[in-house]
Structure formats: C-alpha cells, structure tokens
Ligand binder design. Structure first.
Ligand code: ACO
Length: 380
C-alpha cells in the first residue's frame, strides 16, 4: 500500500470551500457591475444601453480614466491606437508563418505573447491596438491573403474591418462592430478577467496578464460559444423546419444555443443592444429575418417547457449574427470577442496593480496524510 493512501483524509483546514467561487467576492472594482436579477450591466456609472451609442474609444476613455498616469479623451485614444496598430503590424509580420498549424485563437495567443515588457508604448494602448491587427492578419492568412496594413486615420472598429476585408467597410458595418466591441468590453469578474487580475496581482506585467485572460477566454464555457448558434441555424435550414426542429431538440434534452444565462434571470441586456445593432445591417439572404423567427419560436417553446425558469436570449445569439454579417469567419469569433474584452482586461489589470493585493486563496487538502514521522535525533 502506498504510504500516501495509508491514512484517511482529515479535514485539515476549517472553512467553507466554494467550487466555482460563485458567491465569493474576490475584488472591489469601479469598472463594471452585472445585476442579473434586474438585467442591468453598468460600466462606471453608465447603463449598457446608454453606452451602446458610444464609440469603443470613448468607452476605453471611461474605463481607463484615473487608472493611467496620463488619461486621454476618446480622440487622444483614437490617435494613440492608430499609431500602436502600426507598431503591432510590424510585430505580427514575422510571426504569421508560425501560426499556420494553430487555430485562430491559438494564433492570437502566440502573437500577444510576443509583446515585450520593454515596449515603450503604454502597454494598455498597445494591447488593445494589437488584437484587431493580429486577428485580421490571422483570418486573412487562413484564406491565403496577405495582411492589410492598418490606417492610423481610421477609427478602431473601422480599421479592424478594413484590415479584415481589404476594402473600406460600410458605415453600417462599422457601427455594428463598434456596438459589439462596446457591448463585450467588460462584464464583472468573469473567468478571463479574474485570470488577468490574478496574474496582475503578482506584478507580472500587463501583457502577461492579458495573455492569461485570453487563455481563459479560449475555453468553450467562456468565449467559444457563438459558433454553435450558427451551427444551429444551419441545421434548422428552412422556416418550415423551425418549429419541428426545436421541438425535437428539446425533446431529446438538448439545449438551444443562444438562450439562458447563469447570472441573468431576465433578458441579457447585451442581447437587446446587439439585436438593435444587427437591425441596421443589410440582411443578406434573409439570414437575420430567419434567425429572428427562430428566436421567437425558441422563446415560446422554452417558456412552455420551463415556465418557472426564465430562459431568454443571451448575448451569443446576436453576436453570432452580427459577426457573420460584418464578415468575420466563424472560427475567428473568439478573437473578435478578445478585441472588445481587451478593454476590460487592461482596465482591470491597471486597477489591480494600483489597488490590489497578491491574490492567493487557500485550498483545503482532502488527500491522505502519511503517518507521523519519527522525530530524528541528532547523533550523540
Ligand atoms: N435550452 C434548453 N434548456 C435549457 C437551456 C437552453 N438553452 N438553458 C438551460 N436550460 C434548462 C436546463 O436543461 C435545466 O433544465 P433541468 O432543470 O430540467 O435540468 C434548466 O434550464 C436550468 O439550467 P441550468 O444548467 O441550471 O442553467 P445555467 O444557468 O446553469 O446555465 C447556460 C446557463 C450554460 C448558459 C445554459 O443556459 C446553456 O447551456 N445555454 C445554451 C448555451 C449558450 O447559449 N451558451 C452561451 C451563454 S452566454 C455566455 O457564456 C457569455
């Protein structure tokens, strides 16, 4: 018998374990608040539906305000991001070939990890600037196209689409992507933000912290969900099949993609903002109208099936439609999520570095304990 299995596990540490940390408050933040009961998302004193009309640069100014030594307004941030996108483009070029065997999010992880702590551009600016540059170059390489250089005179969302498609994007597409980036900019202490704060608490630096955030986002339980919404729409196929397909899926005990949420007990406020943004886009092939018909039928069936458990549309449903409509490939959606969430990650890292303490929780040992060791005597 192994000495380690010899003794039953005693409860060594008193206290309550909380797998998933659901009810643990692990940080104080001025950045965002998710009110699941009321269906509100508040970023620094502003409801999301108000911020939905702001540009991404203005939301960055809000989130970074008083956390950085030299605060900038939205126009200053737009200029700084433009210059930093050019810096990121130079970093990306020699790395692209190395990303060929990787998935798009692994490729983004590799490129973000190449940002050097010695960079003189403010790290929060360079991190936000880099994601669209890297994500667009990665998406283009997968379709055999050369990367398109950034244009510092463009807004952040506009340049992201231009670097992706190679042409000047439509104002409607730019407005929709801007709304998306704002909508996902921050969302309380989600797994990736917590991961970024843990690394920041060790003083490892902003780039290492946001790479940790991306690693957490990569998981299908966090940032990997919008693709399956499109898979579901494809599987349904035609308007006539909507109801029977959904009825069959629910009868098999399957979950309908894009519905339900762990925290929101009413409608996810981000779904409404994105639904409005999608409404401004051209509905190629009737995809959006079809998805709205699926949504209406799914909500009716879910209400029938689970009358006591509100299951409403979540952020992923309209994210999928929006990102598809503005031209992103399905396997690159997580990278676009990272482009928006980088706003929150950088702000949380800055906040953690200024106000936080090393994050070092305890574990409760539940394994076996070896028999007490004899006290060794010093030779006489
Ligand atoms: N379709 C059908 N039934 C559902 C759905 C759904 N989308 N969501 C929950 N239910 C049912 C569950 O089967 C469960 O039924 P049961 O009590 O008979 O077992 C009941 O509702 C409660 O489900 P929970 O698992 O307690 O709900 P939870 O809040 O933990 O789950 C989650 C939230 C994971 C988002 C879930 O609703 C789901 O799987 N949705 C589909 C996937 C999806 O859209 N993911 C993206 C989420 S948004 C984001 O991550 C940013």
């Amino acid at each position: 018998m192994s000495p380690l299995s010899a003794t039953a596990a005693p409860a060594l540490a008193p206290g309550h374990t909380a797998p998933g940390l659901d009810d643990v408050v692990a940080a104080e933040t001025v950045l965002s608040h998710v009110d699941g009961a009321a269906g509100r998302l508040i970023l620094r004193g502003h409801d999301l539906d108000v911020l939905a009309d702001w540009r991404f640069e203005a939301v960055l100014a809000l989130l970074w305000r008083d956390l950085v030594p030299e605060p900038m307004d939205a126009a200053g941030i737009a200029r700084a991001l433009g210059t930093a996108r050019e810096e990121a483009f130079a970093i990306a070029a020699p790395l692209l070939a190395a990303t060929d065997p990787l998935t798009p999010v692994e490729a983004l992880r590799l490129m973000l990890a190449a940002l050097a702590d010695a960079a003189t551009t403010p790290h929060h600016v360079l991190a936000v600037a880099a994601v669209p540059v890297f994500a667009a170059a990665i998406a283009r390489r997968r379709r055999g196209a050369a990367p398109v250089a950034p244009d510092r005179t463009r807004g952040h969302a506009e340049d992201f689409l231009a670097m992706l498609g190679g042409d000047a994007p439509s104002p409607a597409a730019v407005a929709a992507l801007d709304a998306y980036l704002v909508t996902v900019a921050d969302h309380g202490l989600n797994a990736s933000t917590f991961a970024a704060r843990v690394v920041a608490s060790t003083r490892a630096g902003l780039f290492s912290s946001v790479v940790a955030g991306l690693c957490a986002l990569k998981g299908p339980l966090h940032g990997g969900a919008p693709g399956p919404v499109l898979d579901m729409l494809d599987a349904i196929g035609t308007t006539a099949r909507i109801r029977p397909w959904l009825v069959d899926a629910l009868a098999r005990g399957e979950r309908l993609m894009g519905f339900g949420h762990r925290i929101y007990r009413v409608r996810d406020p981000r779904a409404d903002v994105l639904k409005r943004a999608v409404a401004g886009l051209r509905d190629r092939g009737g995809r959006i109208a079809f998805a709205e018909a699926v949504e209406a039928e799914a909500l009716a069936l879910l209400a029938q099936k689970k009358p006591l458990r509100p299951l409403a549309t979540n952020v992923e449903f309209y994210t999928a439609l929006l990102l598809e409509a503005v031209g992103f490939p399905r396997d690159g959606f997580t990278n676009v999520f990272a482009a928006g969430r980088m706003a929150g990650w950088t702000a949380h890292v800055l906040e953690q570095e200024r106000t936080g303490r090393l994050i070092r929780p305890q574990s409760r040992y539940v394994g076996p304990v070896p028999a007490a060791r004899p006290v060794s005597r010093a030779p006489e």
